[in-house]
Design a protein around this ligand. Structure first.
Ligand SMILES: [Zn+2]
Length: 237
């Protein structure tokens, strides 16, 4: 069955309920990164997924390609087939980060883990946090010009460097840690109280060198694989 991670041994951060503190570790994008040009610094991979019962598929439109699931959804929309739309097409945006979890000495010792959350839980809040901090945290006040609307923003180190403004929150030397609280279960899950926290020390070169190029963790189907998968799932319904 197709799923969206390439292998099972990815060090995913299993986020328990409670308060957390972590650093986002930046990395340099490689060819085929859907959001960041090759060689540029990035810190997040936002990816749209199609959810089916027990499986999820990376939407090929993330990569500017034709997606058979989106094609099918478009055809259902044109036909006004809302019932099929609702049951088949559960579309979610997720955000992946390289992180070091600072909750305890043992969590920090694990080194890089992958944070994999709904965009709604973390990335949306980070952007909101930056916007809220504009007036009260001078060193973050210049973040605004490079932040597009939630859903398709991208903060690029280049933009900061060109404008000679302070480094963004994920900068390895001058950035911030991030605190938040997780509560609830299932559809009641909440991520709240997101805050930037001054870092005790810069991120080490050793940790930086361990960061994953995030899109490479994903299983990207070709059109035929996605098409066959879609119709195998449809047949099961
Ligand atoms: Zn799609």
């Amino acid at each position: 069955m197709l799923n969206y991670f390439k292998c099972d041994d990815i060090p995913l951060w299993q986020i328990a309920n409670g308060s957390h503190l972590f650093d986002i570790i930046p990395y340099f994008a490689d060819l085929h990164d859907p959001e960041t040009p090759k060689g540029e610094k990035s810190y997040v991979l936002n990816i749209d997924l199609h959810y089916f019962s027990g499986a999820a598929l990376v939407c090929l439109r993330n990569y500017g390609e034709r997606c058979p699931v989106c094609d099918y959804v478009d055809s259902l929309q044109q036909e006004g087939d809302c019932q099929n739309l609702y049951s088949l097409y559960k579309f979610r945006r997720r955000s992946l980060y390289n992180v070091v979890v600072l909750d305890s000495k043992s969590s920090e010792k694990k080194g890089i883990q992958i944070m994999n959350t709904l965009h709604w839980f973390m990335q949306r809040n980070l952007i909101a946090l930056i916007r809220r901090n504009l007036s009260v945290t001078p060193e973050l006040s210049s973040v605004s010009p490079s932040v597009k609307e939630v859903g398709e923003y991208l903060m690029r180190m280049e933009a900061f460097e060109k404008k000679k403004v302070p480094a963004p929150f994920y900068d390895e030397d001058k950035g911030y840690s991030i605190a938040f609280t997780k509560s609830g279960r299932g559809i009641q899950t909440k991520y709240t109280d997101h805050r930037f926290v001054k870092r005790a020390a810069p991120i080490s070169k050793e940790i930086l060198s361990q960061a994953f190029i995030l899109y490479k963790l994903l299983c990207i189907p070709d059109f035929d694989e996605a098409y066959n998968f879609l119709y195998s799932m449809k047949d099961k319904r």
